[in-house]
Design a protein around this ligand. Structure first.
Ligand code: F6R
Length: 244
């Protein structure tokens, strides 16, 4: 796409179409959601479609990819707060249908929490459409280099590069949590459809490695090459290093 605004409107349109198609069949629509700067315009457009075009989220069940650990839900940097601000507070999604990894779970209950998160995704019928961004390390969710294709929801250690990229949100790298809860690469690959978005020249190198590079856990996003229904949605700058 010429720019991220056009691209985001197209992605939002695709999500809206899926929500409406499922509603027409009397079925839930299960969305896997991402935070960060990449999806913000998609959420803004979904809010606009809700307000101006009658798009209802009554049949939507959502599962977010990840959350910092530890993290209080009302903290400025929490993904709970992010999702409320950009989407959930502005649409008619049922609160009981929203799922975000819980950054307040005590350490001894983390494994059980993660097992239950996977179970809830299965009970909902699996994810219909998973939205993704990509980190400069090649992470999807917070699956940093070293994350394999069968990894599941778990507690991980954030890469140094990822913590540097998050430093401004936390007013200094020393304040960025060292760990996070994330769906695994294997969890993500089970979604029916995947839409990965990347904007700007800062993502061009990792986008090239993801699309054209060898599949390996040194760039976990390369495992998307094995999924049958992935769209990589880019602005011109993010796509600039791809082989024409
Ligand atoms: C966020 C997530 C991350 C981000 C990635 C890109 O929920 O899972 O993988 O998508 O770090 O972040 P932005 O979009 O801020 O460049």
């Amino acid at each position: 796409y010429a720019d991220s605004e056009l691209a985001s409107a197209a992605v939002a349109g695709q999500i809206a179409e899926l929500i409406r198609a499922r509603a027409a069949e009397g079925q839930p629509c299960v969305l896997g959601l991402a935070t960060g700067s990449s999806p913000t315009r998609v959420y803004e457009e979904l809010v606009r479609l809700h307000r101006e075009d009658g798009l209802s989220f009554q049949n939507v069940i959502s599962f977010n990819l990840d959350e910092y650990y530890p993290m209080q839900p009302d903290s400025l940097q929490s993904y709970v707060r992010f999702m409320r601000e950009y989407l959930f507070d502005h649409v008619d999604i049922k609160p009981e249908n929203v799922h975000i990894p819980d950054g307040t779970v005590p350490p001894e209950q983390v494994a059980e929490f993660c097992r239950r998160y996977e179970e809830q995704i299965r009970e909902a019928g699996g994810i219909d459409l998973q939205l993704l961004g990509i980190g400069r390390t090649g992470h999807i969710g917070f699956n940093e280099p070293g994350s394999g294709p069968v990894s599941r929801t778990r507690l991980i250690t954030l890469d140094h590069v990822t913590r540097t990229d998050a430093a401004s949100d936390f007013y200094g790298e020393e304040n960025v949590p060292r760990r996070a809860l994330t769906m695994g690469v294997g969890t993500i690959l089970e979604a029916q459809k995947i839409v990965l978005m990347a904007w700007g020249e800062g993502k061009a190198a990792v986008v090239k490695r993801m699309v054209e590079g060898e599949v390996s856990d040194s760039v976990p996003a390369t495992y998307l090459q094995r999924h049958p229904a992935v769209q990589v949605v880019l602005d011109e700058a993010a796509g600039a290093e791809l082989t024409p």
